[in-house]
Design a protein around this ligand. Structure first.
Ligand code: GLN
Length: 216
């Protein structure tokens, strides 16, 4: 999957020539900041669906796992029988983007916790790695593939990626700590792009969704 910016304009990505919306992105809506992701996606012109049941995963071009509390989200994913179906779709190439708690849930290894997760992405992560809630912060990030302009990133009791293994590309770091990476159809960020007006990270993801849409 290509990671390029500048990319296709969003009106081409999300719509057909007659203006009909064709992109449909699921947002896991069990707990956390799912509404904010939906707003950003809608502003970019795509249709969204809140995912709480298996059938909500049908005919989606991508899935976002939001920030929140990863222990709660992981447990609810099991309770709602979503863990297996999401893993199956991931294997078929569905683009999945995890932010903050979502990143933790996607990782193959969580170094300081044994909690339910998807265990899909070839990274090991450390929870609450920048400290406690009061240690939350904002910073300007240089993100690989997003051009020269820095991305204002919000970190809330964030994890970071301790190790990236084979096939994983690092997209951004803070003080040499990895906070944004991608691998095949997976993207994971330790920050909250849905909490700022800068839509470039979501656009990057939608470009992956478009590629998947055209293939399926
Ligand atoms: N600290 C949370 C966790 O470990 C993540 C915080 C967030 O998503 N903003 O799940």
């Amino acid at each position: 999957m290509e990671l390029i910016f500048p990319h296709w304009p969003m009106w081409i990505v999300c719509r057909k020539e007659d203006g009909k919306i064709i992109m449909r992105v699921g947002v896991l809506a069990l707990q956390g900041a799912f509404i904010e992701h939906e707003k950003t996606l809608k502003n970019l012109g795509c249709e969204t669906i809140q995912v709480r049941k298996r059938e909500h995963l049908e005919n989606i071009d991508g899935l976002i796992i939001p920030g929140g509390e990863s222990t709660t989200i992981g447990k609810l994913m099991n309770d709602f029988n979503l863990t297996g179906p999401i893993k199956e779709l991931a294997e078929k190439g569905l683009p999945i983007f995890g932010t903050c708690a979502g990143l933790i849930i996607m990782a193959k290894e969580i170094t300081n916790s044994s909690q339910p997760c998807l265990g899909m992405m070839n990274i090991s992560v450390h929870r609450n790695a920048f400290g406690r809630q009061v240690d939350s912060f904002e910073t300007d990030l240089h993100i690989e593939g997003l051009g020269q302009e820095p991305f204002r990133a919000v970190f809330i009791r964030a994890p970071y990626i301790e190790t990236v293994n084979e096939g994983v590309e690092v997209l951004a770091t803070v003080d040499e700590k990895i906070v944004f990476a991608r691998e095949k159809n997976f993207m994971a960020a330790a920050f909250h792009p849905e909490l700022t007006d800068d839509t470039r990270v979501h656009e990057l993801f939608l470009n992956c969704c478009k590629t998947f849409h055209n293939l399926r």
